[in-house]
Design a protein around this ligand. Structure first.
Ligand SMILES: *Cc1c(COP(=O)(O)O)cnc(C)c1O
Length: 213
């Protein structure tokens, strides 16, 4: 697939969900791909935010191409915070200390990224805060001065036996939790499951593999 094919699939999913065209935006996940590949496969088709999940790789690419819009979508370790100075949105805040570290670093950067809180999806070994802890986490992250604009979730893995019904339910529950807290940005859906995420209200889909193959 390619960017035009994924965009066509996105527009179709919006239409089928009764949503307006463009209400879900593509975040092009570019981890593991060179800047040349990104130019050829992604940016030739338009301007899209680029999602990176590894600290050093993000630093290297965003330093060379600071004019592009960079999002961080990976697990955030303390020693990686310094690589996020060109990021406009962090999708994966799952602990208050991460927000405190970003807010502190942002004072030196002179600007702060917005953040999403990652919700746990119920699978063992997965990242994110529980639904129970979400409201308190949102409040504590806001207290650092960062802007919390929404919620992110990674669906249970189809390869590990999750079925579309269960995945849709996780997306719908995530949308409900975000809505209950007045949070509008919903980062959910990847190559395998983004139509379900759009059906449930995703505003940002994070698609990687499908854009390059
Ligand atoms: C790699 C990655 C994606 C993209 O997944 P694809 O299956 O390549 O579309 C989305 N979200 C996160 C957090 C990722 O690490």
């Amino acid at each position: 697939m390619s960017v035009p094919e994924v965009l066509a699939g996105l527009r179709r999913a919006e239409r089928e969900a009764g949503r307006s065209a463009g209400s879900a935006r593509l975040v092009a996940v570019t981890k593991g791909h060179t800047l040349d590949e990104i130019d050829m496969h992604i940016l030739a088709h338009g301007a899209f935010p680029l999602g990176e999940s590894r600290g050093q790789e993000l630093r290297d690419k965003s330093t060379l191409r600071p004019e592009l819009e960079w999002h961080f979508i990976g697990p955030l370790q303390r020693n990686k915070v310094k690589y996020l100075n060109r990021v406009t949105l962090i999708h994966t805040i799952e602990a208050v200390w991460q927000a405190e570290a970003i807010a502190q670093a942002a004072q030196g950067w002179g600007h702060a990224p917005d953040v999403l809180i990652q919700l746990h999806n119920g699978e063992p070994q997965k990242h994110g805060v529980s639904a129970h802890d979400l409201p308190a986490t949102v409040n504590a992250v806001r207290a650092t001065g960062l802007q919390v604009s929404g919620v992110m979730v990674i669906a249970p893995d189809m390869a590990a036996g999750a079925d579309p019904t269960g995945i849709l339910r996780v997306f719908q529950e995530t949308a409900t939790r975000a809505h209950d807290l007045g949070l509008s940005e919903l980062s959910m859906g990847m190559s395998a499951d983004y139509p379900l995420a759009v059906q449930a209200g995703a505003t940002l889909i994070r698609v990687g593999r499908s854009l390059f193959t």
